[in-house]
Design a protein. Sequence first.
Length: 202
Amino acid sequence: MLFRSQQLLYDAMKLLKSQLSAPIPDGVTVTIKARKVHVKGPLGELKRDLSHCHADIRVQDGKVIVESWFTATKQKSALKSALSAVVNLMNGVQTKFRKIMRLAYSHFPINVTVENGGKCCEIRNFLGEKIVRKIDMLGDCKVSKTDTKDEIQVDGTDVELVGRSCALINQSCAVKKKDIRKFLDGIYVSAYGQGEEMKSKM
């Protein structure tokens, strides 16, 4: 009987139509066909396949519209995720995403060298090890050193590829067979954002 009442409550919470929209900025072109999004802007082109989303995605009157019929609460939350993915593409082709990473060490100073015009970086002397860790950046991401000591930054138009490139750098310096509460050496994301608008994670 309890299950039946829960089912009735679930059915009552279904919405007839859920719709979200976001305006397309000037200088940006958005093309959507079969839920495959193609965005073109001043900094280049980006593509994203959203065919796994159970929603209608279209461009209408200068806006990107994501809508779905007869959605339950959980399905409605997926609409915002799909729209946010498109908004991030539109923002990325206008202003590059940036993540700043700090080199943390207690005894052995970590040495990072930027190679191949920022397309890859090499990490040396992590915990005094002789091995050279080489990390290639994904997509159009580029790594560079900042004016601050023991700090690097990763820039790119695709927010996902910037995050994944930083994750590769972070995971390459994972401490093995030691208590990670004590051995805090590594390279960690300290701030992130777009352009000059940076949010601190410290």
